[in-house]
Design a binder for this molecule. Sequence first.
Ligand SMILES: *Cc1c(COP(=O)(O)O)cnc(C)c1O
Length: 467
Amino acid sequence: MAAYTGTGDADTTGEEPDGAPIRVPDGGARRDEAVRAAVEQGLVGPATPIIGLLDITGIRASAAALRAAFDTVVAPGTPVLHAFAVKATPLVPVLRLLHREGIGAEVASPGELALARAAGVPPARTVLDSPAKTPAELREALALGIAVNADNPQELDRIDGLVRSASTRSPLGIRVNPQVGGGSISALSTATATSKFGVALRDEGAREWVVRAYLDRPWLTRLHAHSGSQGMPLELMARGVAETYGIAEEINERAGRRQIDTLDIGGGLPVNFGSDTETPTHAEYARLLAATVPGLFDGRYGLVTEFGRSLLAKHGVVLARVEYAKSAGGRAIAVTHAGVQVAARTVYAPVSWPLRVAAYDTKGRPKTGPDVVQDVAGPACFAGDLLAEGRSMPLLEQGDYAAALDTGAYYFAHHYTYNSLARPGIYGFGPDGAGGVRFAVVRTPQTLDEIVAESGGAHAGALTDTF
Ligand SMILES: *Cc1c(COP(=O)(O)O)cnc(C)c1O
């Protein structure tokens, strides 16, 4: 892939003069301007007490930095496909934006594939990876020419049948689990001994089964592993990639040809939820991979990556109005409109998923003043619905705004239907060309009619009339 030559933010292209890789500029100042503008323009307010915001400048910068990171380490001419993991931010306009920035799509369900297609991501830039693909999904993917990674022997049997009955352009591979161990969040760790994903390479006989599977099927040309996740040390991720590379080398040697021509190294780069700084960067990971697995980038293998959280997390904000400020047992409590419906992971697993919360005043200006220990509560009717518990920050008062930061991936686009709380509207923001901020609708807020319809409204009498 050619070096990135976009004309965008100079901060994010190529390298700094001293050869240091580019960092994505912190989004804090842009966020403050956007919050102020959202309040001034009435996007959020008493009648619309919660919205999601996406920083278009930041998303573009991250996409460019990802491309530059790998362009710097791969041999010239190496085919590289960065496929955004759609599950991280399943929003069609986001997928279209990323596509325009040279990023494809990794999909793991019929819904995600439909979103990628609606965004205009072509099959050749799409990868299908789910662990539970039905025969119909596999048939569709092969008919479209989408890359598919088989998760297990039974799935490979199904693909065998499809390949026998019709020709396909789909690049096909097998997903392996290098079993290098998990990170600090067990529910997210994909490379433990008993992870549900892929063929567990260290299990008895598994490695030989994988090698034979390739030798018996000349059309298997890819190998896939996704062993990273939030809470996973980079060194362990790199070791997972090294194991995957090792088995590809073994297969190609035994095949006596370069049968595996592309390695899909997955995503899973952790995100720093503690500050506006992007760390680790894609460039740091790419350099670590180049040092750990030099053969991976020497031009013999095409490369697919599947980053999700690391591309989008830092570019999203949930902005919610403080409806009431109260106190209980000496604890200040801000009752806001952002809780479990937009931050399910944080509310149910606060230790693993702490979020920064920024305080803005009634006009959308950053709040100052002494730190006060307080709870930032959501609107749902259970006691644990807290965005932050016992947090020291400027006191939130009625009519202020609480902003949950770093929520661009796996948060407000992952609505949780508790208390029939409506999905908030989502808006992208960027410069308006005149020193201000312009917004674009990414997703309209869910209406009450839609809530009723999606909750069986058309079947109101189903249980009383039928029985
Ligand atoms: C979830 C997932 C990703 C993306 O993971 P992030 O942690 O968001 O980067 C990539 N590939 C596969 C197969 C996944 O399941």
